[in-house]
Design a protein around this ligand. Structure first.
Ligand SMILES: [Zn+2]
Length: 481
């Protein structure tokens, strides 16, 4: 239990006066110490924490970006009895289904006993993360090299992406309708892409650049080739290599979605292996945790349980696979019309949404030992203290009655939790939560704290990841009612 729990209990007791006497029979004398969630684990639970961490690493190693995550999510779901479903098809209670939104976003579910009219339970997370992607005409000859023009996806610090091995993944759609899947830099022995930084021997003209402008996007050009061919030079070499590997030409890049991510595999961090170090934990970590919570749900819950992986959160949840699209509405309409048949009405759909509860799951920044001054310690989340309940203010918080329901669930399930609020004017961060609440659903924002968030190698605490798994599993199974 975090100290924050006791603060809320005390406050609730004071505000509700006599009504709350059965909850708070005596005023607390002081705030309890914050405690590491590790200390409350039984030996068996500690073993479960580490086993779960191993599965997280296995997933993140494969799911380097959203397209790969969706493919791996479907593979795992099918192995757990999930089958593709077309909105409108009837589902029996306990039926396990998924809807693939264009290979870039994914919705999975287990049909509930009540059907959808009484509302759904949804865990939402995003499958994209900060990365580099290739421009429409990426190949350019520069000095004696061919380099790749890139764009940034999401809020990344440019300097963190230089001098590190990058992998190129995604796909190219040819004009004839065929598609080629691209993967360079992940398989053993594969070449990698590297953005060369300027050497300290010659960087004097750059030394007054500010923190955020150390390197501009137009200076982030990974090397693609450097051995010239006798006929045509280095560009001919690059094009020959691409054709040999994928049978594509330069024009095919205009109908491609190619993403550069770190190729570094996930690892345990620290002597005690308590942390996971991996690229893309914001937010494929919580996408995976939600998936596992659903795959491990047995039988039919009361309410239909859904896990929704969205795309493009890092750039505003735009496009047909982002949280702002009508995809979820289409799925919910299909589920409800299958449940209600001729009794389906647009109003029934809206009422089902009103009764729907959503965990918007996204990572947040934990207190960093190297930079503690950017957080306010009484309200910042710490690695190892459990699920972070976000109270970001400015109108974005879950309503207090929903938070109270989650407090009860956390206590009943012995799930460690804390709250997370940034320093006003310094911190902040959006989630997909607002796209659910705009449809009049009840939404709570939960996360796990990370160090090095949005960097090529983020850190999470395995005990927090496991606490989030237990939270999602309890919620999808009917908790926090
Ligand atoms: Zn995120």
């Amino acid at each position: 239990m975090s100290h924050v729990f006791a603060v809320f209990a005390l406050t609730a007791g004071l505000l509700a006066a006599g009504l709350a006497q059965s909850v708070s029979p005596a005023p607390a004398a002081q705030l309890p110490e914050r405690q590491s969630a590790w200390l409350a684990l039984t030996p068996a639970e500690r073993q479960a924490v580490f086993a779960f961490g191993d599965d997280i690493k296995a997933f993140l190693n494969v799911a380097r970006q959203n397209q790969l995550a969706v493919a791996e999510g479907i593979r795992r779901a099918r192995a757990h009895g999930f089958a593709e479903w077309k909105p409108g098809e009837h589902l029996a209670p306990g039926a396990r289904f998924y809807v693939n939104n264009r290979g870039r976003a994914l919705l999975l579910g287990i049909q509930g006993r009540e059907g959808g009219a009484q509302g759904f339970r949804i865990v939402g997370a995003h499958a994209d993360s900060p990365w580099l992607e290739l421009k429409a005409n990426p190949l350019v000859a520069k000095q004696d090299f061919v380099v790749l023009h890139v764009l940034t996806h999401g809020g990344l610090k440019h300097y963190q992406w230089v001098n590190r091995p990058l992998a190129l993944t995604g796909h190219i759609d040819r004009a004839d309708g065929t598609r080629v899947e691209v993967s360079i830099g992940l398989a053993p022995g594969d070449p990698v892409f590297v953005i060369p930084d300027v050497a300290p021997h010659v960087d004097r003209p750059f030394r007054n650049r500010t923190y955020t402008e150390v390197i501009s996007t137009e200076e982030m050009l990974p090397v693609a080739a450097s051995e010239p061919l006798a006929s045509g030079g280095v560009m001919a070499q690059a094009l020959a290599q691409l054709f040999a590997r994928y049978h594509v030409g330069p024009a095919d890049f205009t109908s491609a979605e190619l993403i550069l991510t770190p190729n570094t595999p996930p690892a345990d961090a620290g002597l005690d292996r308590a942390l996971i170090a991996a690229y893309g934990q914001d937010d494929r970590l919580l996408s995976f945790v939600a998936l596992r919570a659903l795959l491990d749900t047995e039988g039919a819950p009361d309410k239909t349980a859904l896990v929704y992986w969205t795309n493009n959160e890092e750039v505003g949840s735009v496009n047909d696979t982002g949280a702002d699209s009508q995809f979820l509405d289409t799925v919910l309409t299909g589920l409800l019309s299958a449940d209600l048949g001729a009794r389906f009405t647009p109003l029934a759909l809206r009422q089902a949404k009103d009764r729907t509860s959503v965990i918007s799951a996204d990572c947040n920044t934990g207190i960093n030992p190297n930079f503690p001054q950017v957080q306010e310690p009484d309200n910042a989340a710490r690695l190892g203290e459990g699920v972070a309940l976000k109270r970001y203010g400015h109108g974005f918080d879950a309503n207090s009655e929903m938070i109270a329901r989650f407090r009860r669930m956390f206590e009943a399930e012995r799930i460690p939790w804390q709250t997370s609020t940034y320093v006003e004017g310094i911190g902040g961060g959006g989630t997909i939560g607002l796209f659910f609440s705009a449809q009049n659903m009840n939404v709570i924002d939960l996360g796990v704290p990370l160090l090095s968030m949005h960097s090529p190698y983020e850190l999470s605490s395995k005990v927090d990841d496991w606490a989030m798994y237990r939270t999602m599993k309890a919620f999808l199974g009917g908790g926090a009612e």
